[in-house]
Design a protein around this ligand. Structure first.
Ligand SMILES: Cc1cc2nc3c(=O)[nH]c(=O)nc-3n(C[C@H](O)[C@H](O)[C@H](O)COP(=O)(O)OP(=O)(O)OC[C@H]3O[C@@H](n4cnc5c(N)ncnc54)[C@H](O)[C@@H]3O)c2cc1C
Length: 475
């Protein structure tokens, strides 16, 4: 019975070894053997669902605040199975909504504070990595957004103006063609903006080692344990196929994109697949040609987001959106691979870096990230149901999940500090539309943004900003 019920929630988990889900899991330095799962019912203080960054950071800060708290983390697969073990490894202060839209909605001061909290989160991740001796190849080299063609320059100018709008212009620097090419050689690169608050890291090593750190602090992680139902109340309860977990303080839903698989949250978040390709390690000579010695995170101004990392072991990771949204927000193992999107990513690697024309790609993978209807993360603790949530980072979750963990700690431990005043604390996004509207809207936007990118490049003309897709995508 238990196994059958689990199969329903876990249908997006296939049978392949966990190391095959991403290069990061493959190279994380441990053998990914699952920890024992839940056997029978138990009572704890806090039960966290999901052993990715959100769940682990929340456990970390809760136990720092109150070391005697009994914390259990229930994970349907293994720690790091989700986006945390598969992402582009950007630990960035970039937030899921633009500064312009935040200022419009929350005002200049609140936006500056939010942005400051994001800067701090990048450093906080670096600090914990250092104090806990986590070997995650953290390198804070900043981020460069690159205009490949004159048509991308207005987007860079907007970026600079946004930082000026909130008095944070000292965080960014415009790079003309020469300044940019002294850092990195990218074909057709016209200019860039350097933002200093970004690091790159090995997310697989971070998530797997953070799990051990949290265990050393006293948390118990139970793997291969899917939560099937959540019942809120004075003593909220988690139902699994192997027993129930009753809690005295709180349940924390830290399942990000996967939250959609649980009925009460089905329309709270949509899973969007982001895909990655990775080159073989590049030779010393090739790196001499490309430069990129500071390992800055790199992206371009395209609407169909792209993100690059020079890895610690000398490869180029090239990730991007563009894989299609699936009907009814479904999640499946096979969606991690989309041949057409992976092919485009590999072609782009060769266009950006012509010196790589004969380079081999050793890995392709992908995963789902969670997007809310207003692109705001929802970091909440409902005192009535005693259920907390942290989701909706829209692909900017490596640093934001750390902030989410600290916000949830303040809310759950009842030690409110400055973080609970941030706009995403106790934020409730409106629900996504029901199908078929959701499918039609998202698929249209994905298709139209891709077309705008192609046209911009072909005609060397900046996007107008007024097309339907751009307006639907404003955030
Ligand atoms: C390909 C890709 C690239 C990305 N690149 C970047 C990047 O470069 N920088 C950045 O900031 N962000 C990036 N992101 C986003 C970032 O990885 C995520 O926002 C972040 O990892 C979310 O962490 P999380 O712990 O909330 O969720 P996850 O890491 O997805 O963890 C959720 C966990 O919950 C478990 N779970 C789900 N349902 C259940 C259940 N019912 N019962 C028990 N367990 C359950 C899952 O197995 C999973 O382990 C990327 C995402 C993807 C997919």
């Amino acid at each position: 019975m238990g196994r059958n019920r689990d199969a329903g929630v876990r249908r997006h988990i296939g049978k392949k070894p966990y190391g095959e889900y991403s290069y990061w899991l493959e190279s994380c330095g441990d053998d990914l053997t699952p920890r024992p799962g839940l056997k029978g019912s138990l009572t704890v203080d806090v039960a966290i669902v999901g052993a990715g960054f959100s769940g682990l950071w929340t456990a970390y800060y809760l136990l720092q605040t109150n070391p005697s708290l009994r914390v259990v983390i229930l994970e349907q697969a293994i720690a790091g199975f989700g986006a945390s073990g598969r992402n582009g490894g950007w630990c960035t202060a970039e937030f899921s909504r633009s500064i312009t839209s935040l200022v419009k909605r929350y005002g200049t001061d609140a936006t500056r504070l939010l942005q400051q909290a994001m800067f701090d989160s990048v450093d906080e991740v670096g600090r914990v990595i250092q104090v806990e001796n986590i070997e995650a190849h953290f390198a804070k080299g900043g981020m460069i957004e690159v205009a490949r063609g004159q048509w991308g320059i207005p987007a860079l100018e907007t970026m600079i103006r946004e930082f000026e709008m909130v008095g944070l212009e000292n965080r960014v620097q415009y790079l003309d063609r020469d300044q940019l090419s002294s850092r990195i050689q990218i074909a057709e690169a016209e200019a860039g903006v350097f933002a200093k608050d970004c690091a790159v890291l090995h997310p697989g090593r971070l998530v797997r080692q953070l799990a051990r750190v949290v265990e050393n602090l006293g948390a118990t992680i139970m793997e291969n344990t899917a939560v099937l139902e959540v019942i809120g109340g004075k003593f909220p309860r988690l139902i699994t196929g192997h027993g129930d977990v009753t809690t005295k303080v709180a349940v924390v839903m830290a399942t990000e994109a996967y939250l959609t698989a649980l009925k009460p949250w089905h329309r709270a978040v949509v899973p969007v697949y982001s895909l990655i390709t990775l080159t073989e390690p590049l030779s010393h000579e090739v790196w001499e040609t490309i430069g990129w010695t500071n390992r800055e995170a790199i992206a371009s101004t395209r609407m169909t987001i792209d993100y690059l990392q020079r890895t610690h072991d000398g490869r180029i990771l090239f990730g991007g959106r563009g894989a299609p949204y699936h009907w009814n927000s479904s999640l499946r193992d096979e969606y991690d691979h989309h041949r057409a999107t992976h092919k485009v990513l590999q072609e782009m690697v060769k266009q950006w870096f012509p010196v790589l024309k004969d380079t081999r790609f050793t890995h392709v993978w992908g995963g789902a990230l969670g997007v809310t209807r207003d692109f705001m993360p929802n970091i909440r603790f409902d005192l009535r149901t005693r259920i907390a949530t942290a989701f909706g980072y829209t692909g900017q979750g490596v640093a934001t999940s750390n902030l989410a963990g600290r916000i949830l700690n303040e809310l759950i431990s009842e030690t409110p500090g400055n973080l609970t005043h941030l706009p995403m604390a106790q934020h409730h996004s409106r629900l996504w539309e029901p199908e078929p509207l959701r499918w039609a809207g998202i698929r249209y936007t994905q298709w139209a943004l891709g077309r705008i990118d192609q046209q911009s490049q072909r005609l060397q003309k900046s996007p107008s900003g007024s097309s339907l897709a751009e307006r639907l995508n404003v955030h």
